[in-house]
Ligand binder design. Sequence first.
Ligand SMILES: [Fe+2]
Length: 321
Amino acid sequence: MIPEPVTGPRAWTRDTLREEDWRIPMPAECAAEIEALDRTLGRDPVPAFLLDAADYELDACRTLMGEVRRRLDDGPGVVVVDRVPVEALSDRPRIEEVFWLLGAMVGRPVVQTRDGEVMVEVTDTGVEKRIGVRGFRTNVAQPPHVDNSFNHTPPDHVSLLCLRGARVGGASRFVSFYSVHNVLLAEHPERLERLYRPFYQDRQGDFWPDEPQTVFFPVFKLGPGRDLRCRYTHFTIPAGYETAGVEMDEETRLAFETMTRVVEDPALCCEFTLEPGELQFVNNRWCGHGRASYTDDPDPARKRLMLRLWHREGGARRYRG
Ligand SMILES: [Fe+2]
């Protein structure tokens, strides 16, 4: 357990985080490199997953993505690049190729689902959120969480490229789990101790029939270098107890409820709405991300749509890396 309050750039709150800490304007040289890349790929195509940034003139983009990675690991853990000139790109496959190359400069892309998907669409597929349905396929509100807290190998970093926003709602929201930890340590130390012991989490459908439907991991743990590793998702923990057929004891329930209250405290959260072309990155080990519920335009071609990559350096590239 981290026994004292954490200070420094990772432990930000709504009032200490400044927009210039997390928003990076895309320099004109990067936009020019991306537009040149579009022309090169138009004449000399390569399938997205074979693309290697080393094969193209992308020095300015490499510098920019290096700064993104620095702020993800040693800064606030949330970064928005404002923005990729998506309207200047030829078509949807080209947008995916550009996103793939920029994302791969930040971290190694890995598989996000049991079925082997590497780049997924975050959009409302019309399914209702319930046990077994992953949140990125729905339009329901998602309180700040880490992605894939219910898998053995969650990603280190998560990136999103916004192609279209919702007609109403869908604002992004972030919280530093270092700041959550600070509040718990100061105000609820006995609950914090329980959060370092395991909780059931439901695996959201991404498991084979011969595998257990739940995992059992602590919400907080210390990783290498005593860095905080958080596995918190509001939905999957109660769902995990339900599927495991285990009733939460009083200590577990109070710890979970206290965690939820602190995570959703507006005084800890940073909020903004992603615009088309903006690239959002988050450190998935200690920075939570969420979004408000949203309503789409009735025209399916104008639905909210984000592309998502997951990045992890350790283990294999497969879902159970
Ligand atoms: Fe998420």
